[in-house]
Ligand binder design. Sequence first.
Ligand SMILES: *Cc1c(COP(=O)(O)O)cnc(C)c1O
Length: 395
Amino acid sequence: MSDEKKLSTNTLAVRAGQVRGHEGEHSEPIFATSSFVFKNASEAAARFSGDEPGNIYSRFTNPTVRTFEQRLAAMEGGERCVGTSSGMSAILSTCLGLLKSGDHIVSSLSIFGTTVGLFDNILTKFAIETTFVDLIDYEAWEKAITPATRILFLETPSNPLLEIADISRLAEIAHKHGCLLVVDNCLSTPILQKPLALGADIVIHSATKYLDGQGRCVGGAVVGSEDLLGEDIFGFLRTAGTTMSPFNAWVFLKGLETLNIRMKAHCENAAILAQWLDQHDKVEKVYFPGLTSHPQHDLCKQQQSGFGGMVSFEVRGGKKAAWQAIDSTELFSITANLGDTKSTVTHPATTTHHRLTDEQRLEAGIKPELIRLSVGLEDVEDLKRDLETGLSSIS
Ligand SMILES: *Cc1c(COP(=O)(O)O)cnc(C)c1O
């Protein structure tokens, strides 16, 4: 499609990136092949030397993966996308592709627990240090920047407390100091938020979540400019092999086609449950950016086109009460995954965030009484009834 820029995100989600083959197939085919064949030795040589574009080996490029990459790049408004084997390998490929020993990251503390582990325990082995700051303390971000800082990293909304950071403001801070702003857009997807348009340099995805949307495959993606992604991040992936499988790419392509209507439905169900929980006498506090009481409600309305499908809340009675409520629900799946058609319930302090030290957990505001919901596409009245069963079980 030559005029992709003029098409809406919803159209791009269905159409972008597909090149129909000689069989005239309507749905994108899965190219389950590890390598590709050349017409002759001279074509092989030209491909290997880079003189001629084309497929060589599926560790680097594969047509199904490329279709996914082009579709997601078009939806995020980026020049280039690199599909990866998981969300974590998208973050790893970005860091190892762009950074070297001695470089420094400033990161929000309110990020996916495993990302904290990657920064704190793995990258430190290669002398890449990270300073963690409060997501919405903009002075702290700027103060933490040193001459060695290359990347500012964040998620907004944060998980599980759903704080909203001003992406434009952080982009300004990053660029003033010659740093790149990297935004993990997993919770919002390009349907609700486009970080690149707000000044971010790189967008990260765990495709495992809403992009798949039905809890089937693990995958990830990095989106940004050709300049940043072409040499360094794709170059890393091609050598290190953090590659997305063609089958998974195909599942994600099918996921993207329904992403718009799914996100709308997730948002609608989440908003109803958040308001209902907010009135419940067993509930101490609700975290949902769609509530007018949410401290960044106005910023969220400006920055996002919907409030998202995640709702977190604290029950009265600490960890015991939280576990009681979780164990007494029947419909909600007890799993750490999110962004699925099936609603899930998680106890962050003992699962997704158990690797944090007590101090880090306290600083990040993850209390033992906190419960996180990823609100799915079941009927919202059934979900309400199930949560009522859970909450009324608290002794
Ligand atoms: C799940 C998740 C990741 C990691 O993705 P995987 O596909 O599990 O490797 C990264 N960031 C966020 C916000 C996530 O929710």
